[in-house]
Design a protein around this ligand. Sequence first.
Ligand code: ADP
Length: 776
Amino acid sequence: MPKDSGGFLKRCFLFDIEINENNEIYSLGAVLGGQQVLIEPGKKIGKRQLADVDALASGADFILGHNILAHDIPSLAQVAPELRLLRKPAIDTLYLSPLAYPENPYHRLVKDYQLVRDSVNNPAQDAKLAGRVFAEQWQAFVGQLAQGADAPLLYRGFFHLDPRLQGLSAALFSMGVPLLEGDDLLATFSRFLQEKVCEKARKHWVDHIFDGQTAFSPLSYVTAWLSVAGGNSVLPPWVRHHFPEVVSMLHQLRECPCGSPKCNYCNRNHNPRIFLQDFFGFDDFRPTPATVDNKSLQEEIVKAAAANASLFATLPTGGGKSLCYLLPALMRYQRRNALTIVISPLQALMKDQVDNFSRQTGTGIAAALSGMLTLPERGVVLEGIRLGDIGILYVSPEQLRNKSFINTIRQREIGAWIFDEAHCLSKWGHDFRPDYLYSVRFIREFAQKEKSSIPPVQCFTATAKKDVKSEIIDMFRRELGLKIMQFEGGHERSNLIYEVRPVDPYDKKQTVLELLRVRYQPPGSVVIYCARRKGTEDLAEFLQVEGFVVEAFHAGLNPVEKKRIQDAFIAGDTPVICATNAFGMGIDKDDVRLVIHYDIPGSLENYLQEAGRAGRDRDEAECILIFTDQDIETQFTLSSMSRLTRREIAQFLRGLRYAAKGEEQVVLTTGELMRQEVVDLDPDEYQDADTRVRTAVSWLERGGYLERNENNTRVFQGTPLVRNLDEAREKIAKLDLPRRQQERWLAILAALMENGTPNRGFSADELAGLSALSKT
Ligand code: ADP
C-alpha cells in the first residue's frame, strides 16, 4: 500500500477555472508534475489557448480539482467539448471530503473550501491547493483502512458502479482499497448496516440495491454518515443538496419504526421510555392528566411527538409540558442529528430552561439564542449549531429575521419546530406576539428554499381557549399543509384552592399582611402580583417594614438586578416577591404555596397562568384574588392604553406607502416610519413606538397589505469626499444644519481621518450625512 499520495498526484492534471457572472471562463490554472499553465484574467481564452492546456493534460491519467464535476468540467465542455482532457477519469476532492472526515465534515469542507479560495484569482495556486487537499484526504482514508473499517471498501464499490465516478474509484484503489462487487458488496453493506438501522429497512435496501432503481453514489454518503451516526455528525449541506436521496434513505433507515420486537435498532431508538429513564431519570410518565381511556397523556404526547407528528397540546402549568418536546427532540438528535428549534417568548428564562435540561439529562446539546447574549456568546452558540453539537435550540421569535441565524441553521437538518406558549400565535390571545406569526411564514419559506419537506410543528400551551386553539390549528393546516393531532390536558389543577376577596381600598395592604401571617408558612414561597411597577415597590416596602424578606420585581429593573432577584427567589433566599406580570413566565419553582393577586389581572387567561405558578409540586397551594371596585376601573384604563387603534394602523400604512415611493420594497426603521411627514399621530401614540409599529405591521401583514422580510443591516464602503477637516467645515457650514448636527458630522470625519482608514465601512447614518456633504 503506497504510504503517501506523491506518486499518484504526479499522474494527475490539477486544474481550476474562474467563471464570471455571464458564465464565461476568465481565468484558468493547471499543473502537471513540474509544468504549469496560467491564463490570467484579461487574457483571451479561446480555442488555441485551450488546445495548449489540453496538450499539457495529455500526459496525465486523471484530472483532479475541487468541485470540478459540477463546475469546471461542465463549463469547459460548453466552450470546448472536443477537449480530450474531459474524457479522462475525474477526481473531485469535494466528493471525497465528507467520506474522508465523516465525524465533522463541516469543518473540513469549510477548511478545504478556504484552502482553495484563499488565493484570490490565482487558479494555478488553487489547482495546487486542491492537490494538497487530496494528499490530506489520502492520509485520512489510509487511516480508516488501517483501523479495518469497511466504509472505504463500500465507497469504492459504489463509485465503481457509477460511470462518472471511475476516477474516484481508481484513486481509492491506489490508496489500497480493494474492489468489492456483486454479492460481496451486498454482504459487506448488509453487515455494515446491522444495528445501525431498522432491520426491516435494512433488508429492504439490501434486497433492492441492484434492481435498477438505486443511484449508487448517494449510498457512499449514507455509509459515511452512518459510520459516525448517533451523536454530533452533521450531514453536510452539500451532500443534502447534491444528493437529496441521501436524506430520504437515512429517514427510511433510522426514522421509521418497524414495530417488530426483534428489531434492536427500533427497540432502542424509537422507545421513549428508555430515554425517559436513561436521560431524565424518571421511572414513568406522569399518570395525570390522563387521556379518556386513562392512559398517561404525557406519554401519548411524547409518543406522537417522537414519531414526528404535528400536534397541539394543552397541558396545565407544571403538567410536565417541557418533557413532551424535549424528550422527542433528544431522540431525533440521536437518530438523525436533527436540530429541534423551540420558539419561546421568554427570553430571560430560556437559559434556565437550558440549564435545567442539561442538569437533568447530563447532555450539552441544548442552547438558547436570544437578543440577550453578547456577541462572543452568540458566536459560541452559532458554532455549536453548525458543528452539530446542538440538538435543541431555544430561540426568541425575532431571531428568524436574523441573517446569521438563518445561515447557521441552513447547515443543519431541522427535526421539528416547537412553539412554546403557543397561544402567542393567536390574535385572539391576550399575549399575541407579531413575530410569532412571521415564524409560520418563515417555516414554509425556509423549507422551500432548502428544498426539504416541512418538518413537524408541535405547539404547547397551558392556556389556550377554544377559539385561540382552533385559530392556530387552522393556520398551520392552511399555511403549512400540516395535519395537527390534538391533545387536551385541561388546565384545572386539583391541588389549588382559589379564593376571591372584595376589600375596601384602605384595607388592601393590611389584607396581604394578614394573609402572609395566617396562610403562609415557610418553607415555600409567595408571589404577589400587582398591576403596576410602582405598586410592587410600595407593597414590598410595606412588607419589609413588617419584617418579611421580600423584593419587588418588574420590567423596569436592569437585567442584572432581575437575574439576582429571580435567583434569590429560586434559591429560597427571598421567599416573597411583589411583581408585575413580567415575573414568573417559565420560572421553574415547585413550591410556591401562595399566589396573591393584589390587583385584578388583565384577563382570565392571565389569571390562570399566574395563579398556576402555585403548587407545581402538586402539594396544596392557595391562589387569592383581592380587589376593590376601583381596581376594575384601573384595569379598564390600562387595557385601553395598550390598544392600537384602526386609525393608527392606517397611519402607519400611509407612512410605509409614502416612504416606498411606488417601489416594491422599502427598508425603514421604526423611527423613520414615525417621522414620515404623512404620518399623523397623537402624542400618546408615540409611547412604546417600537411595539406599536411592530404590532401594526404584523396586522397589516395578516391583512395582506404588505410582507415583512428579514431584517436588513447595510454597511457601505466609501471614502470621505473632503481632503481635510477645514474643507469639511466649510462645506458643512453651507448646509445650514443645526449646530449639534454639524458637530456630529465633523466628529465623525475627524475620527475617520485620524484613523487613516478611509476605506472602512460606514453605517447608514454616517453615510446619510456624508452623502449630504457630497451633494454640495
Ligand atoms: P410545565 O408544564 O409548566 O412546562 P415542566 O415541564 O417544567 O412543566 O414540568 C414540571 C416539573 O415536573 C419539572 O420539574 C419536571 O422535571 C417534572 N416532570 C416532568 N415529567 C415528569 C415525570 N414523568 N416524572 C416526574 N417528574 C416529571
